[in-house]
Design a protein around this ligand. Structure first.
Ligand SMILES: [Zn+2]
Ligand SMILES: [Zn+2]
Ligand SMILES: [Zn+2]
Length: 287
């Protein structure tokens, strides 16, 4: 692990992103960005961004939107990309949507999702989705396969206790959802989309993980709803509870595949089969 890890002030990144969104994007939603309107967006962004960023870097960073209608989705992506690359913009470089990874780059990641699965060598493990929170490919979502052993090892680095008797016992890979870490993007692992192998957890990221996720998840602080069961078994999604281990609230209904009356479904995966049937499908051995 290299000692020259970059420092990301994510609070500033999100604050800047939200400022650009409310001041520059929201008043322009629905506009087709042509000619003067594109210039007007670029100069509005420049007014809200920190000083020392050239008109050219910003214009070149928004020009890919020429002719497109500004919508919530492309608007958020634009604002997040700019806010997550302030140093790059200050150095006079435009930040356009990611197409390739020309150099090694450490980026902050947040784990969004964990699903059981197999890798190309048929080994059981978990497919994780991550949001890139800052850096040249932000805010892209990327994926990685982690074996159970790797999850065990990383859990400790991410903030869980070493032992089950500790304050923050780790039991299940899905409990890694919501945590933040750094990943080292490398050109050779980024052929189709940004890819990483080396990870690192700085003391400040570990502190964030503990204070914002693990304290509630491990009941060092009470569950906001007063539930006593494990968060990894909770039906609430993280849209509603900060300690949840999946995004959407689970839905209960009849599963036609296994014939269970009140089976739980994850709307983020599929409403065609219950979670149990879906996980069986995901982990089925292919010969
Ligand atoms: Zn919970
Ligand atoms: Zn909860
Ligand atoms: Zn089922």
């Amino acid at each position: 692990m290299s000692s020259d890890l970059p420092v990301f002030n994510l609070v500033n990144v999100f604050r800047c992103r939200d400022l650009l969104l409310t001041r520059c994007v929201q008043p322009r939603l629905g506009q087709r960005l042509e000619g003067q309107l594109l210039h007007s967006l670029a100069s509005a962004l420049r007014d809200q961004l920190p000083n020392g960023i050239s008109r050219d870097s910003i214009y070149e960073s928004v020009r890919y939107l020429a002719g497109q209608v500004l919508e919530p989705r492309n608007g958020v992506e634009l604002c997040w990309r700019l806010a997550g690359n302030i140093d790059r913009l200050k150095s006079g470089v435009a930040v356009c949507p990611w197409t390739m990874q020309p150099a090694v780059e450490w980026v902050p990641l947040q784990i969004l999702r964990c699903q059981p699965g197999r890798n190309r060598r048929n080994k059981l493990g978990y497919n994780f989705s991550f949001r890139i929170l800052a850096g040249s490919p932000c805010p892209m979502q990327i994926t990685a396969f982690w074996s159970r052993e790797l999850c065990n090892m990383l859990a400790r680095r991410l903030g869980f206790s070493r032992w089950l008797e500790g304050r923050y016992p780790y039991r299940n890979a899905v409990e890694l959802v919501g945590l933040r870490l750094l990943g080292e993007l490398t050109p050779d692992r980024s052929q189709q989309s940004p890819g990483f192998y080396e990870v690192a957890v700085t003391p400040s990221l570990k502190k964030w993980n503990v204070e914002n996720v693990l304290q509630v998840r491990c009941r060092v602080k009470p569950c906001p709803r007063g539930y006593t069961g494990a968060c990894s078994l909770c039906v609430l999604g993280y849209k509603e509870c900060p300690a949840a281990t999946h995004r959407e609230n689970f839905v209960s209904r009849f599963c036609a595949i296994c014939g269970t009356e009140n089976a739980w479904f994850d709307p983020e995966s599929t409403m065609d089969r219950c979670i149990t049937c879906h996980h069986k499908e995901l982990t089925r051995k292919v010969d």
